[in-house]
Write a protein that binds this ligand. Structure first.
Ligand SMILES: Nc1ncnc2c1ncn2[C@@H]1O[C@H](COP(=O)(O)OP(=O)(O)O)[C@@H](O)[C@H]1O
Ligand code: SF4
Ligand SMILES: [Mg+2]
Length: 352
């Protein structure tokens, strides 16, 4: 897998629906119900860069990650990795897994408590790369050294390490087959703030050492701000705002992003955690999403068209895309970078 493309990953109109209820009559399609977990997502990750995906629980972030990494098949749409279409058997799973690795939120559930660190980190090397026993061991030790763990620590079990060290093990395992893209699914949200900062610094270091590209899923605005070049804001399976992180977080234009930013206005930016955000109104159902714009039941700007026509993503400034019929009304509504931490707002949007 190698190409001249500037982008390591592109998704085009990617969809992943889960069938949740089937009619007793197998010939009836009318009663089939789907969770539209990912519903037409198009994102691009340039080589060596980080794209953050932010949004509330249940908006489809993990499903997007799993679909890109071919842990589940897409319902439709395209995934172009390293300049080539993958999925639908176009590239072998082994080839995809070698090149795209995921680090999950909770190392405690992703590490086998009975296996030594060396054994765990060696698993993808044995399965995806192969080679002699000493060759595998060498690669494992190099991966562990890259995350700051020693050969002595490699002989321990997960419970003999701290939470931060266990997440380092999960990262070492992910980088051990030398992937090109790491998908980081809430990589620090199970950790204390001080450990969180160390892991984020480590991720930055690994990115520059190995030229890695990252898709970073996070609830935390500060984490997205710290690590990412581009941010995609997801709402109910859709990307509703997309663009350079600095622009989107300093001057968000989608009413949902503005609501999120205003709802997490506390002094310590490391606690700008969207998990604690509560937004007025009905949380959308991914089974029966509202017609038109999915944010319309909660949006203070909504007008009749919003419950009829789903707005497309359109550019409001170079590279900054917003899916809203009334995006001209939100210009300057968020008080901007100065408001981060103070929660000031000029406009009508307020969280519950
Ligand atoms: N295997 C599955 N079967 C049915 N529904 C699923 C499955 N996985 C996820 N979902 C649903 O898809 C939606 C998105 O879930 P998820 O991708 O985990 O969101 P997030 O990571 O943003 O919290 C949720 O409504 C969730 O219940
Ligand atoms: S399209 Fe309408 S409902 Fe959706 S965010 Fe814009 S104003 Fe709100
Ligand atoms: Mg998730």
């Amino acid at each position: 897998m190698a190409s001249e493309s500037n982008n390591i990953l592109e998704t085009k109109d990617l969809k992943k629906y889960f069938l949740v209820r089937r009619s007793l009559n197998p010939f009836s399609r009318s009663e089939r119900r789907y969770v539209k977990a990912v519903d037409g997502v198009s994102i691009t990750i340039p080589r060596g860069k980080t794209v953050a995906v932010v949004g509330e629980s249940g908006c489809g972030k993990t499903t997007l990650a799993r679909t890109i990494a071919q842990l589940t098949s897409p319902t439709s749409g395209e995934i172009i990795f390293d300049g080539r279409l993958i999925g639908g058997g176009r590239a072998s799973r082994k080839e995809v897994y070698k090149n795209i690795q995921i680090v999950f939120q909770d190392p405690d559930s992703s590490l086998d408590p009975k296996r030594t660190i060396e054994d765990t980190v060696g698993e993808p090397v044995r399965g995806l790369i192969g080679g002699s026993k000493s060759g595998v061991q060498d690669r494992v030790y190099r991966s562990l050294a890259a995350v700051g763990l020693s050969e002595e620590q490699a002989q321990r079990l997960p419970k003999q390490l701290s939470g931060g060290q266990r997440q380092r093990v999960a990262i070492a395992r992910a980088i051990s087959p030398s992937p090109k893209l790491l998908i980081l699914d809430e990589p620090t949200s199970a950790l204390d703030a001080s450990v969180q900062a160390q892991i984020l610094r480590l991720l930055i270091e690994l990115q520059s050492t190995f030229g890695l590209s990252y898709m970073l899923i996070t609830h935390n605005i500060a984490v997205a701000q710290y690590l990412s070049d581009t941010v995609a804001v997801m709402y109910a399976g859709h990307v509703v705002e997309y663009g350079p992180t600095k622009t989107v977080l300093a001057a968000p234009r989608h009413p949902y992003t503005i609501t999120l930013m205003n709802a997490a206005p506390i002094a310590n930016p490391w606690k700008r955690n969207l998990l604690s955000v509560e937004i007025k109104g009905e949380v959308p159902s991914s089974i029966n999403p509202p017609p038109g714009c999915r944010f319309n039941p909660r949006c203070p700007y909504a007008e009749a068209i919003c419950s009829e026509v789903d707005p497309p993503l359109e550019e409001v400034s170079p590279g900054h895309l917003v899916a809203c019929h009334f995006k001209e009304k939100t210009e300057g509504v968020f008080a901007g970078a100065a408001a981060i931490g103070s929660g000031q707002t000029k406009g009508p949007i307020k969280a519950a």
